[in-house]
Ligand binder design. Structure first.
Ligand code: ADP
Length: 634
């Protein structure tokens, strides 16, 4: 058996493991279940890829995002490691071929989306595979307490019965202490076993600027801090507007969101990675799986819904260890927007039922049918058809997902492909009988090798060029071959995939679990309040973020709160005035930090932050159960 170091050197060319990687790998090789909590960019993949390569057999990897799976599979293949992925939207035949290949030992890493893992087809084949390790990526998705709960994750544990001796390695970059416990329970860990790297980022300064004129402030920041940057905005339209504003003001920027075509996305991403366009204004669709070390600033022009998301996004700055900034531009409007969005995300049950019924009609599913059927899903078209509001419908779909009725993937991009369904002789016969189709069959076979054995990608335009004709001549001919049963043709896909995870029920039998719906709403509200508290706190920002993830740490000395304190920007008179007012408010009533801030006008809040920070440092004010109390003896 090769040692982990040898594998690391052989396939990745690295000489050393990063902190914790080796401990995690050793634990896995000893056959233990383990949970690895490493920050984004910390090198989680190696933690399961290296031990899997040390052992015989296949490593199953569960991952929620198709884009991430594809990235990892491509990365492994580049290193000549055999890897495949199975996800919603693939044909039965493709899945069957990959599973076969896995059972006969031709695959080292098999990536699966969680809703695929537990289908009967996959379960049956898993029994025939020699599985060395079950890796669960983005493991926080298993927890209702996490910020990205995905119900199919709960079924992962069912697989453990089929492979009782196989250890599980769960990996995540964001988990609060209760989520850490929950992950281990839900995955049926034999023993508690957590490896956690500190989330502290000493080179990163956290800054919150209460600001009504955000565009001007953003410009100011980007002019001051040179180098690469990311600007996160709440919606697609804003990304475009802000990028335009920056360009008009001579800052080289572009925008990015999930509504762009795959070509546009990858060319914009590439331009940013090589530094041709230094500033990317984007929605949260940008950044996942991108490993750019020299990002100097991450600016949020809107407050994210929760600190998990904020921490992940802000953490994309300064991976190279050099001084960097995570700036949040905050206004009172942010708070109201979040509160409004929270209400919109939890629509009434009758609306959810209406959307469920409409989905059944849209896909023409009879009651009792549809289990595990997957469809291309265009939400805009769906809403137009049934005259539904897009935002509300999206919320209803999210709830349907959380309740386990359906699952929806992000957009998948799968190139067109085909496979020959008949033998060589039969095909030759067909060519003789259909001479007009002969050239196209020859071109298809010439451009794509292996089509008798499995699905191969085709480029219809290349076929047209080869035949010196146009796409509108070629496409009907290919379709005709498909209709005749000579080939199976799968046209390009670029839509999100909606899967019915249960058979369709009559609307009267449609239920949701109201208790857990309410609980999730409550949790989401709590997370939102923590995010608002972060924006308005008078405590060290870094300390507060780390505490959220269960870590005790000293004050950072570099966030705006810490700096404001050392700069003693308040005059003694001002300080005494603020102290008096703060005291009156706190003594009168047990209020939260946020309520205290709200008692002051927005332009005074930065000073309140400074005064309160000092009072807390001196022990004059303390936080007890999130309420401020006055401790100074009279
Ligand atoms: P994560 O999934 O934790 O965000 P990745 O697994 O994608 O992180 O790894 C981030 C980057 O760090 C990758 O480019 C990877 O090759 C690199 N990396 C991981 N481990 C090591 C190591 N031991 N030495 C050098 N580079 C490493």
């Amino acid at each position: 058996m090769a040692t982990p170091h040898e594998i690391l050197k052989q396939y990745w060319g690295f000489d050393q493991f990063r902190p914790l990687q080796e401990d995690i790998i050793r634990s896995v090789l000893e056959g233990n279940d383990a949970l690895a909590l490493l920050p984004t960019g910390g090198g989680k993949s190696i933690c399961f890829q290296v031990p899997a390569l040390c052992m015989e057999g296949i490593c199953l990897v569960v991952s929620p995002l198709i884009a991430l799976m594809k990235d990892q599979v491509a990365n492994l293949k580049k290193r000549e490691i055999n890897a495949e992925a199975i996800f919603s939207g693939m044909s039965y035949r493709e899945i069957d071929r990959i599973l076969d290949n896995a059972a006969y030992g031709g695959i080292k890493f098999l990536y699966l989306s969680p809703e695929r893992l537990t289908t009967e087809l996959v379960r049956e084949r898993i029994k025939r595979m020699n599985i060395s390790l079950l890796a669960v990526d983005e493991a926080h998705c298993i927890s209702q307490w996490g910020y990205d709960f995905r119900p199919p994750y709960l079924q992962i544990a069912e697989i453990r019965d089929l492979i009782p001796k196989t250890p599980v390695l769960a990996l995540t970059a964001t988990a609060t202490p209760e989520v850490v416990i929950d992950i281990q329970e839900k995955l049926l860990f034999k023993q508690k076993n957590v490896f956690q790297k500190s989330f502290s980022r000493t080179n990163l300064s956290y800054v919150v600027l209460p600001e009504e004129n955000k565009y001007a402030k953003l410009l100011d920041i980007l002019r001051k801090v040179k180098g690469s940057g990311v600007v996160y905005a709440r919606n697609r339209k804003l990304t475009k507007d802000i990028a335009r504003y920056l360009i008009e003001n001579k800052v080289s920027a572009d925008f990015y969101h999930a509504g762009l075509s795959p070509d546009e996305r990858s060319s914009k991403q590439e331009a940013w990675i090589v530094g041709r366009i230094p500033i990317m204004v984007c929605t949260n669709a940008f950044g996942m799986g991108i490993d750019k070390p020299d990002v100097r600033t991450v600016v949020h022009v809107d407050l994210p819904e929760n600190l998990e998301a904020y921490f992940q996004e802000a953490g994309r700055a300064g991976r190279d260890g050099k001084k960097s900034y995570a700036v949040l531009l905050y206004s009172d409007e942010d708070k109201r927007t979040l509160e409004r969005n929270l209400l919109l995300s939890f629509p009434p049950v009758q609306d959810i039922r209406q959307v469920y019924r409409a989905l059944g009609s849209y896909f023409q599913l009879a009651v009792g049918a549809g289990e595990f059927q997957t469809f291309d899903f265009d939400i805009a078209d769906f809403c137009k058809n049934f005259q539904l509001d897009v935002v509300k419908t999206y919320s209803c779909i999210k709830i349907l997902e959380q309740e386990g009725w359906i699952s929806l993937t992000e957009s998948v991009w799968m190139p067109s492909s085909f496979m020959v369904l008949v033998g060589r002789e039969q095909l030759y016969d067909f060519q003789l009988k259909n001479p007009s189709l002969d050239p196209i069959i020859k071109s298809l076979l010439r451009l794509s090798e292996g089509a008798f054995q499995h699905f191969v990608p085709i480029n219809e335009s290349a076929v047209a060029r080869l035949l010196k004709t146009t796409n509108d001549k070629v496409l009907p001919a290919i379709q005709h071959l498909h209709n005749q049963g000579i080939i199976e043709y799968r046209p390009l896909k670029d839509k999100p995939q909606l899967t019915f995870t249960k058979e369709r029920v009559d609307a009267n039998n449609f239920t949701i679990d109201v208790a857990s719906y309410n609980l999730r709403k409550e949790r989401q509200q709590k997370r939102m309040e923590k995010a608002i508290a972060y924006a308005t706190t008078a405590r060290c920002r870094s300390q507060m973020l780390l505490e959220y993830f269960g870590e005790n740490s000293p004050t950072c000395g570099t966030c705006d709160v810490c700096l404001g304190r050392t700069q003693a920007a308040l005059s003694t008179d001002d300080f005494e005035r603020y102290k008096l007012k703060i005291k009156q408010l706190i003594v009168a009533e047990k209020i939260t930090e946020r309520q205290l801030m709200e008692a002051f006008a927005a332009n005074r809040q930065p000073n309140v932050v400074k005064a309160l920070a000092f009072l807390m440092d001196e022990g004059i004010v303390a936080l007890e159960n999130e309420r401020l109390t006055w401790k100074e003896k009279p």
